[in-house]
Design a protein around this ligand. Sequence first.
Ligand code: ADP
Length: 795
Amino acid sequence: VRLPGPTGLRARLLALLLVALAPLVLIIVLLAATAWTRIYSRAEDQAGQLARLAAASIADQIEGTRELLATLAVSDELAQPRSPTCSAFLAQVLATQPALLNVAVVDGSGWIVCSAVDPGRPVNVGDRSYFRLAMAGAPLAVGDYQVGRVTGRPTLNVAIPLGGPAGSPRGVLFAAISTQHLSDLLATADLPGGAAAVVVDRRGTIVARYPEPQTFVGRTGGSGTVIGALTAGANVPAVLPGIDGVSRLWAFAPVGDLAITGLRLAIGFDEAALTADALRSFGLALGLGTLVVVAALAFAWYGARRFVVGPLADLAAGARRLAGGDLAARVPVLDGGEIAELSSAFNEMAAALEERTVHLERLVAERTAALERSRRDAERARRAAEEAREAAEALRDQAERAREEAERAREEAERANAAKSEFLSRMSHELRTPLNAILGFAQLLDLDDLRRDQQEAVHHILSGGRHLHQLINDVLDISRIESGELRISTEPVDLRATVDEVARLLAPLAQERQVRLAWEDADGVVVADQQRLTQVLLNLVSNGIKYNRRGGQVRVAVEAAGDGAFRRIIVEDDGPGIPPALQARLFAPFERLGAERTEVQGTGLGLALSKALVEHMGGRMGVESEPGRGSRFWFELPAADAGVAARTPAPEPAEGIPATEHRGAILYIEDNPSNFRLIERALDRRPGIELIAAIQGRLGLELAREHHPNLILLDLHLPDLSGEEILARLKADPTTREIPVVILSAEAQPGLQRRLLDQGAAAFLVKPIDLRAFFELVDRYTESSSAEGSEEGDQ
Ligand code: ADP
């Protein structure tokens, strides 16, 4: 809670103290006020009492005077007032009355007839009030303030009537009381210092006063003064200024019977004198109180500093030192009390803090050391990791370089491979062209009637040429396999038919080598490329024949393998066998294992090619052999579902070429003269057929339109147009569209063949041309002139 006022602790303590002392002050003030009131009321009482006493003494004086007058009135001396003895008598009486200034008798007309003091002349007092009152029959008449006409001094006259014969007064006896005497009576009232007493007559004139009667008697006062109030009949004490201007507390009292005397008396206590004591004691009390308050405040101020603020400041300073890091900061502990408790709590806290901090510092130091250690470890690890990273980086770079090198090498190899493929295809093309002439003309010669030695020579040419042709084909296949370009189209193939065909083809070789071929249970259908399967089987069986002994046997068998999923074809021979050490090299290209030193012809490519082909068809190949006990080659191919229509190899045409009567025209578009010559010579066997030559493409197209031949033979390499272009134009021209076109080319790529066949070529003959296939096509597309053509077999 935020209190209004000062914020300092001491100031607050003082404020609290002041608040606590305020009632004390209030009490003092209240006490003072009460005392004040009491002083006034006491003064009122006292003044009232004194006033009544004083009034009584004046009334007594008047009464005494009346009694004197009454006594005198009945005396003999006054029986004859006009006698001189009367005046002497009264003079004697007066001498005994100090308060009186004169005693005299007045006749009914107001003339003084007998007087204690000799007036020396006739004096009339008929106008005076006492005379009139007394003459009116009042038993006692008190006059007003006056200056005596006889005495010449201020007096208050008292009169009684003197009885006459008819009951009405014959005169008046009066006594003049000295106002001085009356004032002296007031002086005897034992008034306190500064007090005043005053008596006024019914007209408001001062009759007696104390003190200083000479100054004030005979005067009248204003309405604001005590004289005014007295004249107006005030009877309740009041504070008013006196005739002398001094403010007093006045009490009032009538003098005797007011109706008779008409005198009123007031006694006033000087206010200043009245309150002086009270003020003095109040002042004393106030001074003492102030002193006490000041002392209390001073003590509180000092005590607060010494016992509260000081220790608190110490605590604050200690706390600040503590906050500033001085953990040794402690504060002095006073003996006992909450602050002492606070101080010792603070000290305990500081000690605990110090201890804790020391502990913490130790802990921090340990941790820091541990951290430093682990930081150093981490740094070492980081450096190691960095080194490892750099090493890895270096390795990665190396690997990258190696990869790049490998990539370069691969590209190089690919380039080399492509170059090799290019080279091989060019080479095979270049070789096929002369081979076409060699084998073509040899075949033609073979058809002719030759001498025996000539025929032998032709056979050598044919054998060598075919070997060369085989070599070219194998090399091309190997290179295609290596470059992944080998195309294989599988279909269900009948094994028995294939084995039969292979046996038929190899029968002459077997016969020549005196080796018997035997096969049984060669049943089954496999999924394979029919042509490639034949090639593999030809290879294995021909090897079995070639590497055999005279009179030996080659057995071909088929069995199920791989739980019926495969068919295993086995080719067994009775040859010398193959040592296990050499078996590993059997399927490597160009490996002949010493056979190259024998007269057995071979390329060393057959087995390598066969294995690759079998694997391309989803199968595998292997060998089991023991030297001296023959060899057993086998291969497995996926078995086809039973009952599918299996392909059988097309039977090779019979040996020899029948000479038949055919008519028609054949256009041969070819720029190579020897090739042309070969076809020209071959067609000698078909005399009814006219051969038209075109050594350029455009010429060929013209001649085709002009002659509309039965058949067009088309070479693919021509000086002006490509064979493909010529084929396209022929097929685009309505006049030539229907003419069958047979491609004769040294290009052996299967892709090219397929493309041209798709573009409308009737057939594709690869050079070197097999003449039997050639004649078959010629015969198919030309008109047969005689239905019953004679067979003209030369062989
Ligand atoms: P090529 O028969 O044209 O030499 P192959 O690849 O067909 O080539 O055979 C490689 C070599 O394996 C042959 O040269 C021969 O030494 C050996 N070889 C092949 N078949 C047999 C076999 N049935 N018996 C013994 N040796 C064989």
